[in-house]
Design a protein around this ligand. Structure first.
Ligand SMILES: Nc1nc2c(c(=O)[nH]1)N[C@H]1C(S)=C(S)[C@@H](COP(=O)(O)OP(=O)(O)OC[C@H]3O[C@@H](n4cnc5c(N)ncnc54)[C@H](O)[C@@H]3O)O[C@H]1N2
Ligand code: MOO
Length: 417
């Protein structure tokens, strides 16, 4: 049987990153940059005031204090959005974000002045300044946030709200990104009930895999649709795959029907479609029966095992890496944590364990393997914030041993750090 890494290599070697395309800012969140992008403009685009107050010549107010104020006329007013004024010899009323008139080199807050006279419209015409100033005080100089050439996006990085704000500030609307692969999720098994309002008949269970896989794919920025449940009928499987092949999905995931049972029809069904089965079964627990194939038109197919945690591990440790590769992202690197409890196993398989990580006061990560590792048990997921990986050779690991841990979602590391 192939090891985890042999299986992963087959999967990753089968895929090449999708071609980048230009997309508008509105659609970028969660996509991956298709090119390295630098700023081509100044932000702020002009020198502007950081405060509501008065633009002044700093040398006019050198040494000014509350007890020795300087009285100035106010020669004009500029608010944000006004064209830059030239300025005169006195002070100039100015609002936050307004261009500082060329004649001035400092802005004094309104709180650091006393209005002595106003015109009929309430505009200050004579003020006393009660603090001193220096060149640049309360002025946001052009280009002090971004200047041409500053790095905005690195090729292969995920675009999130911070990048959106920077791109918007620079007016860069069309960005080269790798389009997200599109996935469809199929469930198999005549015991499954999708309609939550329908009471279970003897022998039936609710379908929990499809909602989990759909949520997990979407949480990993992979748009996914529910392609429904086929019972244990190979003919229905053929019809379903034929229909999905018309819709240009990049990825199809099914759960169930890949193991040893008489009704485990997925491998034969895929062969009937002309699919190339690239691997089937890996030396891992849970999730051993996993199958990976390529359909004739290039879509990838994961036959995930039916037990819920086996399906979860298949998505996390095989489908997510494939999705990263299709999106042009670098492979994920694990975090390293100390085992809280000793761990023993009899099998030389690689184990993916439901686990909970925390950081101690010195910043060291500790990981507790949770009780309830059986692959039908969903309840530990509610305590779980990561997966602990026990390597093939880790038959007897002492407490304190360092192991790899992976957050539930690659982009959610901050969740427990
Ligand atoms: N003789 C053997 N039997 C089994 C082996 C084996 O090696 N030899 N492997 C076991 C392992 S490990 C797993 S995992 C399962 C995988 O089997 P299948 O992928 O063929 O899945 P099913 O038999 O269809 O279902 C297994 C289990 O999962 C439940 N299930 C299926 N789909 C869903 C769903 N959408 N939501 C919730 N639960 C689901 C299903 O009812 C079964 O209980 O095979 C072992 N057997
Ligand atoms: O994949 Mo099975 O236990 O390993 O549930």
């Amino acid at each position: 049987m192939l090891s985890y890494h042999e299986t992963l290599d087959i999967i990753l070697n089968a895929a090449t990153p999708r071609a980048p395309q230009k997309m508008a800012l509105d659609h970028l969140t969660g996509l991956v940059a298709g090119e390295t992008l630098t700023a081509d403009a100044l932000v702020p685009p002009f020198d502007n005031s950081a405060m509501d107050g008065f633009a002044v010549h700093s040398d006019q107010i050198a040494g000014t204090t509350r007890t020795h104020p300087v009285v100035l006329t106010v020669d004009g007013s500029t608010m944000a959005g006004d064209r830059p004024a030239t300025g005169q010899r006195g002070a100039w009323e100015i609002m936050t974000g307004a261009p500082v008139p060329k004649a001035y080199d400092a802005v004094i807050r309104i709180e650091d002045s006393v209005i002595l006279e106003q015109d009929d419209a309430g505009r200050p015409t004579r003020i006393a300044i009660t603090v001193s100033g220096f060149p640049g005080k309360n002025i946001r100089k052009a280009g002090t946030d971004f200047a041409p050439g500053d790095r905005l996006l690195d090729k292969g990085m995920r675009i999130g709200p911070p990048q959106i704000m920077a791109l918007a500030a620079l007016g860069q609307d069309q960005v080269s990104v790798i389009p997200a692969p599109r996935a469809a999720v199929i469930s198999t098994g005549k015991e499954l009930v999708d309609d939550m309002d329908q009471p279970l008949k003897p022998g039936q269970i609710h379908n929990s895999n499809a909602p989990y896989l759909l949520a997990g794919l979407r949480a990993h920025d992979c748009p996914a649709v529910n392609a429904g449940t086929i019972f244990d009928d190979p003919e229905k499987f053929d019809q379903k795959i034929n229909a999905l092949r018309q819709q240009d999905f990049d990825l199809i995931l099914s759960s169930g029907a890949v193991s040893m049972g008489r009704h485990d029809f997925i491998p034969d069904g895929l062969r009937r479609q002309g699919a190339e089965i690239l691997c089937h079964k890996a030396a891992i627990r849970p999730g051993k029966p996993i199958l990976f194939a390529r359909l004739p038109d290039g879509a990838f197919y994961f036959g995930l095992p039916g037990n819920p945690i086996a399906a979860a591990v298949g998505m996390r440790f095989f489908a997510y890496p494939l999705i990263r590769k299709l999106r042009g992202q670098r492979p994920e690197t694990p975090l390293i944590a100390r085992l809280k409890n000793a761990f023993t196993k009899e099998s030389p398989f690689r184990f993916f364990q439901k686990a909970r990580c925390h950081r101690d006061s010195e910043g060291q990560l500790h990981v507790e393997v949770l009780p309830g590792q059986e692959s039908y048990k969903i309840s530990p997921l509610l305590q779980q914030n990561c997966w602990a990986v026990i390597p093939e050779t880790g038959l007897n690991l002492r407490a304190g041993h360092l192991v790899d841990v992976y957050p539930l979602f690659p982009e959610s590391e901050g969740g427990f750090l």
